[in-house]
Write a protein that binds this ligand. Sequence first.
Ligand code: NAG
Ligand code: NAG
Ligand code: NAG
Ligand code: NAG
Length: 601
Amino acid sequence: VEVMLQPTPALTWVSTGGILDLYIFLGPNPQSVIRQYLQVIGYPTMPPYWSLGFHLCRWGYTTTTTTRKVVERMHNASFPLDVQWNDLDYADKRRIFTYDPWRFGDLPQMVKEFHERGMKYILILDPGISSTSPSGTYPPFDHGLKRDVFIKNATGNILIGKVWPGPTAFPDFTYPETRKWWEDCIRDFHSKVPVDGLWIDMNEPASFVQGSVEGCPDNDLENPPYTPRVVGGQLNSGTICMSAQQNLSTHYNLHNMYGLAEAYATNRAFTNVLGKRPFVLSRSSYPSIGRYSAVWTGDVRSDWEQLRFSIPAVLQFSLFGVPLVGADICGFGGNTTEELCVRWMQLGAFYPFMRNHNDKPNAPQEPYVFGQKAQAAMRSALNLRYSLLPFLYTLFHHAHTSADTVARPLFMEFPTDPNCQTIDRQFLWGSSLLISPVLEEGAVDHLFFFSLGQYLLLPAPLDTINVHVKEGHIIPQQEPALTTTASRRNPFFLTVALSAGGWAWGDLFWDDGESLDTYEMGNYCYVTFIAGESQIVSDPLRLNGALDGLILGGLQVFGVPSSPHYVLANGDFSVCFFTQVLTVTSLALPMSEVFTVQWAL
Ligand SMILES: *[C@@H]1O[C@H](CO)[C@@H](O)[C@H](O)[C@H]1NC(C)=O
Ligand SMILES: *[C@@H]1O[C@H](CO)[C@@H](O)[C@H](O)[C@H]1NC(C)=O
Ligand SMILES: *[C@@H]1O[C@H](CO)[C@@H](O)[C@H](O)[C@H]1NC(C)=O
Ligand SMILES: *[C@@H]1O[C@H](CO)[C@@H](O)[C@H](O)[C@H]1NC(C)=O
């Protein structure tokens, strides 16, 4: 089916046949439309906590030595970094489930070192299985042949396309035996290289030859009566033949679901191998993929236009039930400039999934390659993100359990304000944090939309990204660190924005960050914070021990009218400052117990 949006406004549907099931979600408001949609396609999965940290990747980290140096330089320059990645550089002759014996011979050791630093490691895993290695030398293909896991052409032979390793066969993830074989491959590889996440790319599936190395037959599936405006002008351009046979049906019927089927297989396999929450990142997507995988917006260019487009791209995936989404920060294609990369790191600090990723021929764009001023701006954006991770994680909990959005368009929060309908240069985290990035070269001011209906011009020099807390909200934060392994042990603090009436509310979901189904099994903590009548009280509604030993170190209250005479924390006098904002420091209140902070005006 091809669907076109007309300016009228109207939708035009073009179909060559089949049965069309139409679901209409009546809302009445945008948030309930999304919830109704996700009740059909499934709620998003809960990501591991570390996956909300900073990820660094490029094609062209050609050895373990180079990859280690990247991590060391990030660390030396005090940039938070949770996850180091490798693109296909790691693989022996670009074949998945192998690693290059010379350039990546000590890959297992490298991964172990990253783990010792409290970091994680992810590598790329394309679906194409090299079909030309001498028999007996490449088990993924040999075993796959034996177990009959590959997609067949119209006459029943294995369909061979071409991807990075050369000629390749394509696993048929709709076939149950294929999913078992995939799990065996992942288990075997993981026993050697204990990766923490899998990056499933090229899963449209992409192929460098049209259809197959033998082409495709001329039939109605390859050349239907109507061809939508697809890349290359034919359905089999850049992919495999439509008349190829999969267990469930023809590839014609399954093409758009190849990535979803692979994400499902990978998520299930990896869950079984790890016994923990898996992290999977997919390029191809389809409704329901948020249950199994994160998504990134593909190979974007390093330019200002793509920086701007990344906001609607991320917000759309929010609406599609894929909250864990981001664009390649600083751009994948072409060379970035320092200013663009600073602005992109600032915006990217508010992508739910934050990864800087670069293509092989380009100038480097890791934070440490830039001047001191640019580095300071990037470091401050990263530290701000890391400080907000408890809040971000809590938003993911609500996405997982209630189909809320994480990165949220303004129209969802203010559905009756017509000004909000078209805003795509600002967005919210949840309902309380407004992000107003700079999206133009040379700009130091930015237009800011206010819920009272005013536009204000705010200063935004290179080291600044404007972030605003909505009145009546409490944001749980934690002192940042170079990894989430470390930051998760740091003191919490609260940012409180009192409403005009002096009230505010916030909440925190907390668990071990990696076990399966913690919410479903009750293995989590859930604490609410309530401010009103010159005090803030915590209310731990559920405790399982995950917050034991963690403390509240301080808080900031906006909207206190004048300097208090004193502040009491659980009845004891506390250190405080007042310069329009009430700041309370040096607290050590256990997070797993009720606490009260009061101020006397
Ligand atoms: C990191 O810092 C250490 C200590 O100053 C230094 O020996 C090392 O060479 C630095 N690493 C890199 C890759 O710059
Ligand atoms: C299927 O593959 C076989 C073996 O490569 C080839 O001989 C045959 O022509 C292919 N069939 C189609 C319909 O392309
Ligand atoms: C699909 O696989 C099942 C076994 O899992 C088998 O019984 C069935 O015949 C297969 N269908 C096709 C069309 O190959
Ligand atoms: C991009 O940077 C690389 C490495 O610094 C350089 O070799 C290349 O010429 C640059 N490309 C363009 C288009 O400026």
